[in-house]
Design a protein around this ligand. Structure first.
Ligand code: SF4
Length: 421
């Protein structure tokens, strides 16, 4: 029997869920299946998914092609309308073996997509590892109760819900037993973790408990967090827990307070600067990544300049720049849109300032001793998530190992060096 092929788009949550889909489709005994796991965050992500579907049909004319994920959940008719597609499965159903089993039958429904608002349970499915990855993502939260004006995600993933602490511990233990040295806690709105659980444990309390109950876990990392919702326990861990990686990826979205208000975000530009300064005070080597949207409707040149200046003022290093993409059904899509040329030009300028910020950061990192999680690419990432590769002459240890490294130089946006003595 041929294992299902899964083409995954989008976030770490999708990567984690793709492992569950793989095991459910295999359990269902489906042979010759291609699953396209979509993302709805941008129009570009949806275009790429449709392209992947057409390619899969060309390359695998007899395979069963199944489309799932947020874009399939929000616009099932779009994929059901493609002749290349056999079935469309929703975000809840994709995690349930019954849905995959039903595809084997002659009466199989073409579209199996329920109401996102009815999705109540969290995955809670255990995975052994993430296909070929050294860094393992663990889903601890799903869905979102916020309604940022540009965002379509809540319409695909439903309301916020958390995986109980005990299940997160069990999942993490299994990954560590299977050799993973680093785990990344992931979710849609990670900092709203626990609000739906008895006793309302916070993200910081979850991390503290996890590190206590899984002493063999060398590195714990957090995926994207809301700058307005960092809890006291998380600040304490940032200050005192070496196994919590000194790297925070912030869901900033813009560096202008009026734009943030129009986005219905919960923070101001000054809050981001203050958070950066507090965390640097607690852990001087800490590094920040940031999601930033450019070209949000009504964004003026002056507002964009505020975003550009925030990169240095908050010492942001790893920029994920998103040219604004109108999502049908969101309030921002009904606002006056900026010309595509302006959006493109601003994205290029912000990415360029990101390259400068990364270069500045890597020059600082060069002199620091660091531990590297070796990945496939004869390289990997340090604790601060600095990208590193071994110089040609150096012997690269096996992927998945943790080793001390010494950087010699910075090249092409990464540290280059060798094992430290
Ligand atoms: S917090 Fe905002 S941007 Fe993030 S998933 Fe929720 S609605 Fe979307």
């Amino acid at each position: 029997m041929r294992n299902p092929d899964i083409i995954t788009f989008g976030c770490r949550l999708n990567s984690f869920e793709s492992e569950i889909i793989r095991s459910k489709a295999t359990q269902a005994g489906l042979d010759d299946v291609v699953v396209v796991h979509t993302c709805a965050v941008t129009a570009e992500a949806e275009r790429q998914a449709r392209q992947a579907i057409r390619r899969a049909r060309r390359e695998r004319p007899d395979a069963k092609i199944v489309v799932t994920g947020c874009s399939a959940q929000i616009s099932p008719e779009v994929y059901a309308g493609m002749t290349e597609v056999d079935h469309v499965i929703g975000n809840k159903e994709k995690l349930e073996v019954f849905a995959w089993r039903s595809l084997g039958g002659v009466e199989a429904s073409r579209v199996i997509v329920g109401d996102a608002d009815q999705i109540s349970e969290t995955a809670g499915h255990l995975v052994d590892g993430l296909d070929g990855r050294c860094r393992a993502f663990v889903q601890v939260q799903n869905g979102c109760d916020h309604r940022c004006t540009f965002c379509i995600i809540p319409y695909g993933r439903g309301s916020s819900r958390s995986v109980p602490v005990g299940e997160v511990v069990t999942q993490t233990r299994r990954l560590v037993e299977n050799g993973h040295k680093e785990v990344v806690l992931t979710g849609v709105d990670l900092t709203s973790y626990g609000k739906d659980l008895p006793g309302e444990p916070t993200l910081g309390q979850l991390a503290r408990r996890l590190l206590k109950l899984v002493p063999a876990l060398p590195r714990l990392r957090l995926s994207s967090i809301d700058p307005a919702e960092v809890d006291p326990d998380l600040f304490e861990l940032i200050a005192a827990e070496p196994r919590l990686m000194p790297h925070l990826h912030l869901s900033v979205q813009a560096g202008d307070t009026l734009t943030l208000k129009r986005m219905k975000r919960r923070h101001t530009r000054d809050d981001v600067i203050a958070l950066s300064r507090i965390c640097k005070g607690l852990r001087p080597e800490i590094a920040f990544g940031a999601d930033l949207i450019v070209g949000f409707p009504t964004e003026t040149d002056a507002m964009f300049e505020n975003t550009l200046r925030l990169v240095e003022e908050a010492d942001l290093t790893y920029l994920h720049v998103f040219p604004y993409s109108a999502r049908e059904g969101t309030p921002a899509a009904r606002m006056p849109q900026l010309p595509k040329t302006v959006i493109k030009e601003r994205a290029a300028r912000l990415r360029a300032s990101g390259d400068v910020a990364l270069g500045r950061f890597l020059d600082r990192e060069k002199s620091r001793r660091a531990m590297l999680l070796v990945e496939k690419s004869r390289g990997g990432h340090t604790e601060t998530f600095a990208p590193f590769r071994f110089c040609e002459a150096a012997k690269a240890p096996a992927p998945g190992t943790l080793v001390p490294i010494k950087a010699e130089r910075v090249e092409d946006g990464m540290l280059v060096g060798h094992l430290a003595a």
